[in-house]
Design a binder for this molecule. Structure first.
Ligand SMILES: [Zn+2]
Length: 238
């Protein structure tokens, strides 16, 4: 059957049948979780710029290091500019992974393709030139993006990382047990949990401790870096 000769009704039927199986191309590039067969989770911590305070959850990071918990950090360029020592420290932990989180924490969809490119490239360049580190992961500020964002990220050879479990840790009105209840509801094989290590999460340290001591061992889930989670094939990382 030649499509251009089809009566309009066939076109409508084709459109209905094909719509659910053909998601927008852009969506295919966005990673929200690991494989559902993987007995691992990614604990991810955004380092968004802050106006007040130290901008760093030192006790949380110390705990992750002491307990040898793999974790992934998404650094914004503005945050890096004020935390040189902490950038070095995080890069030196072998079970940590470092990705980027835009230069100025911009609302990307409000910007042109070229502006988005510069915003995304800021911390990627800084990590390369100043720290000799090639960052391959990118997480958009606020989780906001459009098709141009996805195209730019792909053209730059980066992986586009979102999440599928929101801890809500920067919300000053929620308690640690409310966050823990939410994690109990949503954490499963392949989950990517978004939290913060810029000092904005009042209960993040306590929640991570609870995850490590209770929720994850109870569910036989192992923390992995984001890159390990993506390639996880159903067996826990060594
Ligand atoms: Zn952020």
């Amino acid at each position: 059957m030649r499509l251009h000769c089809s009566p309009w009704i066939f076109r409508v039927i084709f459109a209905i049948l094909l719509a659910p199986v053909l998601p927008p191309i852009a969506q295919a590039q966005v990673i929200k979780s690991g494989p559902s067969s993987c007995p691992g989770v990614a604990l991810t911590f955004d380092l968004c710029p802050v106006r007040k305070g130290t901008g760093y959850a030192q006790a949380l990071v110390d705990y992750l290091i002491e307990q040898k918990i793999p974790a992934t950090f998404f650094m914004s360029g503005k945050w890096m500019a004020r935390h040189e020592q902490q950038v070095q420290a995080l890069l030196h932990v072998p079970f940590f992974e470092v990705g980027t989180h835009g230069e100025a924490h911009a609302h990307l969809p409000l910007h042109s393709t070229e502006e988005q490119k510069q915003e995304i490239l800021g911390p990627v360049r800084l990590l390369k030139t100043k720290y000799s580190h090639t960052a391959t992961l990118f997480r958009p500020p606020y989780g906001e993006f459009n098709d141009e964002t996805v195209n730019v990220v792909r053209a730059l050879g980066l992986q586009f990382i979102l999440w599928n479990v929101v801890s809500g840790d920067p919300d000053p009105t929620i308690t640690a047990s409310q966050i823990e209840d939410r994690l109990k509801r949503f954490v499963r094989k392949g989950s990517v949990i978004v939290m913060h290590a810029n000092g904005k999460g009042k209960h993040t340290h306590e929640v991570v401790q609870d995850l490590h001591e209770h929720l994850l061992p109870e569910r036989n889930l192992t923390p992995m870096t984001m890159s390990d989670l993506i390639i996880c094939n159903g067996t826990a990382a060594p």
